[in-house]
Design a protein around this ligand. Structure first.
Ligand code: S3P
Length: 439
């Protein structure tokens, strides 16, 4: 468990590039693994979560290779032709790998067991087990609907129309992916829009997919059984990884940093909107499209921030960015109130409890509520920091580790982080980029 103390930083300057988008990387490997023929993926995130997806797709029959130029080549097996894996599918820390693969396998006539680390083994799977069972798959989950979990797929599966009870792109995607190998039309009704990478990319791979709207709700329909054709995918930079550097540059006095190639899909970019509302200077340079997704370089300058009431309607478009937003709020002038965040309690950790505890230990004033945090900002004064030898607890959660790393950069005495290893799940170059930008 590598412990690290993050200390007051010189200004963050220059240009840096964050790794590929995690959500898009998972999907690129999975869909390419289902297409017949060769797909090439550039800019793939080579973090542990995505490597877990690659390993599982190989166990299911896809041929996946990394070239010396870090282009990944995938030879898919074809929809309906996934093989039964010889051993358990170890999903590590990755909820996205687990839930999306459960969808893929649910409409194949195979049996597979999913396992994961202590964090993933505590996360709720009933949210996908329920709709996939309606489609004909059966599950033997551990108590409370958790991993380890055995899945028995059904072929042919039954198409359903499923209204999402929680705003979750993972649940939406699981049902749509099961629909790929299900004869007929599988529909998902989305009362609140969530990230739409599955829809965008499935179309690119040739699936017949329609998106409509009825009474303010999105309706996504996929026609099965589908044939996917190979596609070359360019993965844009991950806005969720960029968020740590955006907030760091806003908070560290004197910073003027350009973060290149950041994906700005509107279903992901809520953090930029809220930080601007708080007074953050974030400029979009050279807006363009990469791999079917809007992208820009972001120039971020140190700014005095003010507290805000965050509109709960924006939550799905920044659901992973709240931990680092809380850090920004703790340095702002005035109070920041967040609500509608109950989903944060079932991420890699209970992020409301984890961040309330971590920020309090670092000297911030935080109140934890059932569905959000209220944060009393310091008006720009640095965090006092953790006492000598003390460290905040990351709970196997990469985003807690990186958020508190950012807090350390604007602290008086430094912030100790008990375990930085989870950072490798989503952002293996984080420490290196931080050292380069803060020179
Ligand atoms: C993801 C969806 C989100 C997000 C996760 C990645 C995805 O989860 O928190 O990091 O790639 O679909 P939920 O769909 O459970 O909100």
């Amino acid at each position: 468990m590598p412990r690290h103390t993050f200390t007051a930083s010189p200004p963050l300057t220059g240009r840096l590039r964050v790794p590929g988008d995690k959500s898009i990387s998972h999907r690129a490997l999975m869909f390419a693994g289902l297409a017949i023929g060769e797909s090439r993926i550039t800019g793939l995130l080579e973090g542990e979560d995505v490597l877990a997806t690659a390993a599982a797709m190989r166990q299911l029959g896809a041929q996946i290779e990394r070239g010396a130029d870090s282009t990944w080549t995938v030879h898919g097996v074809g929809v309906g032709s996934l093989l039964e894996p010889a051993g358990a599918l170890d999903m590590g820390n990755s909820g996205t790998s687990t839930r999306l693969m459960m969808g893929l396998l649910a409409s194949h006539d195979i049996t597979a067991t999913f396992t994961g680390d202590a964090s993933l083994s505590g996360r709720p799977m009933n949210r996908v087990i329920e709709p996939l069972s309606q489609m004909g798959a059966s599950f033997e989950a551990s108590s409370g609907g958790t991993l380890p979990c055995m899945l028995r797929g059904a072929s042919p599966a039954v198409p359903i129309t499923y209204r999402l009870p929680v705003a979750s792109a993972q649940v939406k995607s699981a049902v749509l992916l099961a629909g790929l190998n299900t004869p007929g039309i599988t529909r998902v009704i989305e009362p609140v829009p969530t990230r739409d990478h599955t829809e965008r990319m499935l179309r690119g791979f040739g699936a017949a997919l329609e998106v409509g709207e009825e009474k303010g709700e999105r309706i996504i329909a996929i026609h099965g059984e589908a044939d996917l054709r190979p596609l070359d995918v360019i993965v844009p930079g991950d806005p969720s990884s960029a968020a740590f550097f955006i907030v760091a540059a806003l908070l560290v006095p004197g910073s003027d940093l350009v973060i290149e190639n950041v994906g700005l899909n509107p279903t992901r970019a809520g953090i930029v909107t809220v930080l601007r509302q708080m007074g953050g200077s974030i400029e979009e340079l050279d807006p363009r499209e990469v791999g079917g997704e809007p992208v820009a370089d972001l120039r971020v300058r140190h700014s005095a921030l003010s507290g805000v009431d965050v509109d709960p309607a924006i939550v799905p478009s920044m659901v992973d960015e709240f931990p680092v937003l809380f850090v920004a709020a703790a340095m702002a002038q005035g109070v920041t109130r967040t609500t509608g965040l109950e989903e944060l309690r079932v991420k890699e950790s209970d992020r409301l409890a984890a961040m309330a505890a971590a920020l309090t230990l670092a000297g911030a004033r935080v109140e934890e509520h059932e569905n959000g945090l209220t944060i009393h900002g310091s008006g720009g004064d640095p965090f006092p920091g953790t006492a000598a030898g003390a460290s905040v607890v990351t709970r196997l959660d990469h985003r807690i580790a990186m958020s508190m790393a950012v807090a350390g950069l604007v602290s008086r005495d430094g912030v100790g982080v008990d375990d930085t290893s989870p950072i490798n799940t989503s952002f293996p170059t984080f420490m290196g980029l931080l050292n380069e930008a803060a020179r």
